[in-house]
Ligand binder design. Sequence first.
Ligand code: 2AM
Length: 194
Amino acid sequence: MRLFAAVVPPPEQLDELGSVVDRLRRLPGADGLRWTSRPGWHLTLAFMGEVDEELLPELRTRLERAAHRTPSFPLRLHGGGHFGRRTLWAGVAGDLDALRLLAERSDAAARRAGVAMDEHRRYHGHLTLGRARGLGAGLGSFVEELGSFEGGRWSVTELVLVRSYLPGGGVPGEQPRYEVVGSWPLEGREERSG
Ligand code: 2AM
């Protein structure tokens, strides 16, 4: 099964982002992007790819332990950017050190559970909003519009394990379907500020 660990912003923050994305989707060139759909919006912590079902119990145990050791922390959606000419994303601000720590612990949990993880790259928290069709597109106007976006602050209190079902094909623009298969509260003792 295809799995990743993630943080899911609360509905209020997704509403705020939704209003911005509604504006983005009215900009010229918006049809050149395949927009992600709101029910799937998340911040990936660690992408695991195909995971043998046999590893799942150990993976759950390890992720639970990672969450248990990590304090909750403040985060907000803020601005945006792009990776190359293809991926448009909303950015995050707040306790980014804590977010990175949770991402590293999720990655380590998966490795220890026996999941073959990709090589370690520096973690960059982002929420993917769209991917360019074809050869890619100018994403500057969208990033500019996102620049003034300041979402409300929330406290990240949960680590989520998500299963991704890739689209079967045939339907243009079809999105992967995501299913939460586990979630664990962040239980490190001190609430971080920032
Ligand atoms: P992205 O949003 O930047 O594309 C589910 O696919 C999630 O895992 C997405 O948020 C995706 O990030 C992330 N991810 C990270 N590495 C990936 C990879 N090699 N293949 C697919 N998704 C990946």
